[in-house]
Design a protein around this ligand. Structure first.
Ligand code: 5GP
Ligand code: ZN
Length: 119
């Protein structure tokens, strides 16, 4: 646990959150300002600032959890696709400095521009 890290507190249950999945290594919560309905964040319970210091064990379990959540979203939210986004350092848009993966369900005409193609 890193002192003053909000995601450490959320991931370890010190602050309550809308948890959609939890196991011994991760907690998956709904984003406070969702880009689309069901936008979720995968938080390791252990503190890592970002991809530059995540450990191998956490990195290797991460997409197993992400895939579980993605399947659950497809089934229960009826999204037709989804984006997975992960920001590292301020220059790349990271605002909370505890590693997290965004899982953003996509719906027809949802108005988001993530993954746009020019032309
Ligand atoms: P970043 O920009 O670091 O990749 O993403 C941080 C995300 O965390 C943002 O989408 C923001 O809405 C979300 N967020 C920030 N603080 C909280 C919080 O206290 N609770 C929850 N559930 N989400 C948060
Ligand atoms: Zn932390």
């Amino acid at each position: 646990m890193e002192q003053d890290c909000i995601f450490c507190k959320i991931a370890n249950g010190e602050i309550s959150s809308s948890t959609v999945y939890e196991d011994e290594m991760f907690r998956v919560i709904l984003d406070l300002s969702p880009a689309t309905k069901g936008h979720a964040l995968v938080l390791p319970k252990k503190h890592f600032r970002n991809i530059f210091d995540i450990d191998e064990n956490t990195a290797s379990r991460l997409f197993v959890v992400a895939a579980k959540v993605a399947s659950a979203m497809k089934k229960s939210l009826g999204c037709t696709g989804l984006n997975i986004v992960q920001n590292n350092e301020e220059i790349a848009g990271q605002t909370v400095f505890h590693f997290h993966l965004h899982i953003i369900p996509r719906y027809k005409d949802d108005g988001q521009v993530i993954g746009w193609k020019p032309g």
